[in-house]
Design a protein around this ligand. Structure first.
Ligand SMILES: [Zn+2]
Length: 225
């Protein structure tokens, strides 16, 4: 359904638009509040920071783009996305696109994909936030988004509820779908980079499907204390 601007304004009178991070009321056409946008600026990271904090982790990707640390407004916005609200994720899609341009100034990737979720989890969550992030980023960069490259086998376990040592085993549930990526450069999106196990597995799977280069792009890095 196509909303007119006036329609969106009227809808806002009934269901006020709120910032995902702090729940303050915001204009009907805003994605987050100016205070949280300012706070996110104070949390900014450089693209390579996660690897610098985790030099012992062997990563299969060719480079990583990220916007900020997983703290404050970023943490609240990501948790809101896991809960089905997506204003923050759409806002971050544009920010992440800028980080990707900085990482790859010469040649943008051929296509963007994301860490998949099962249909069941998608229903539970209301929106697949990694997918929305990837699509917002793809739109800003003007490159195609492809959702048919990776799949997650169904199951009842939720990864963020697992202890760290079991996450690696859980990550093996992600597989490529058989779509060939020979010679392609792929950008893989997710919300947070924590231990890296999911993104490592997905990167390996994309390579197995023939990808020449794989870069990752995340909203936030969970940094070591
Ligand atoms: Zn806010």
């Amino acid at each position: 359904m196509k909303h007119t601007k006036a329609g969106a304004f009227l809808l806002d009178l009934l269901w006020p638009n709120r910032c995902d991070c702090c729940l303050r009321r915001i204009p009907y056409d805003a994605l987050i509040c100016t205070e949280c946008a300012h706070e996110l600026n104070t949390l900014r990271v450089s693209n390579g920071d996660w690897q610098t904090c985790n030099p012992e982790v062997q990563v299969p990707w060719d480079g990583a783009a990220a916007v900020c640390k997983y703290a404050g407004a970023a943490k609240k916005g990501i948790l809101a996305a896991k809960d089905g609200r997506c204003g923050f994720v759409r806002f971050m899609g544009t920010e992440l696109a800028a980080a990707v341009r900085e990482l790859l100034p010469e040649q943008l990737p051929d296509l963007i994909t994301w860490v998949p979720v099962t249909k069941r989890r998608r229903l539970e969550q209301g929106c697949a936030h990694a997918e929305r992030l990837a699509k917002a980023c793809a739109e800003t960069l003007g490159i195609p988004a492809a959702g048919n490259l990776l799949a997650e086998q169904s199951g009842k376990i939720r990864q963020h509820e697992l202890p760290k040592e079991l996450r690696k085993v859980y990550a093996n549930r992600f597989t490529h779908t058989g779509v060939r990526l020979d010679g392609k450069t792929v950008l893989l999106c997710d919300d947070v980079l924590t231990t890296g196990s999911t993104l490592i597995r997905c990167t390996e799977q994309l390579r197995e499907a023939g990808a020449d280069k794989v870069y990752i792009a995340v909203i936030a890095y969970r940094m070591r204390e």
